[in-house]
Design a protein around this ligand. Sequence first.
Ligand code: 5RP
Length: 213
Amino acid sequence: MTKPNLQVALDNNTLASALADVREVGDIVDIVEAGTILILQEGTQAVKALRALFPNKTVIADTKCADAGTTVAKNMADAGADWMTCICSATIPTMKAANKEISEIQVELYGNWTQEDAQSWLDAGISQAIYHQSRDALLSGGSWGEKDLKKVKMLVDMGFRVSVTGGLNVDTLKLFEGVDVYTFIAGRAITQADNPAKAAQDLQNEIKRIWGN
Ligand code: 5RP
């Protein structure tokens, strides 16, 4: 099993604060993400700044795009993003249009979706999915558990590269032991830690302990 990547999600309200955080942890994580909150606040400037700071890292624009796939994906690709997210309720034409303009689209899973939907994304040429527990669901008492593992495993078995996110921390990772997760995405566990570099390194160490190098 390949070691899962660690991705930092920068959901800061300002570019200045996102850059301060990513300067501390960018060399520790594998992938950097301009989070939805940051993109809504700062637009493509955020993606451009990450690309300039990390010319050789995968940069993701977490747009959660629902429509206008061509324009959004072209704007993100021009700004330097490698990959971009589309919300799972977007139509297949939106996802396909976006996929033509950027290296890869990731389908961000929220709410209700079916195995049939997932097959239609694969059939449309999209092979990355992000299994997400929304921060609002977690805040209203939700938690990670068997139901999530079952869905993540199903997506992996179908052939997706699956990222997992939503309130993850060092203690949550062991739940996924034995599962071929592609990437763990952590935001607040890193950016709101007293020592973000240590928090990112602790997550990497735990991933290595469980999945090996
Ligand atoms: C919110 C997101 C976040 O970027 C992602 O869930 C990681 O954030 P956190 O670890 O703080 O929950 O996509 O929509």
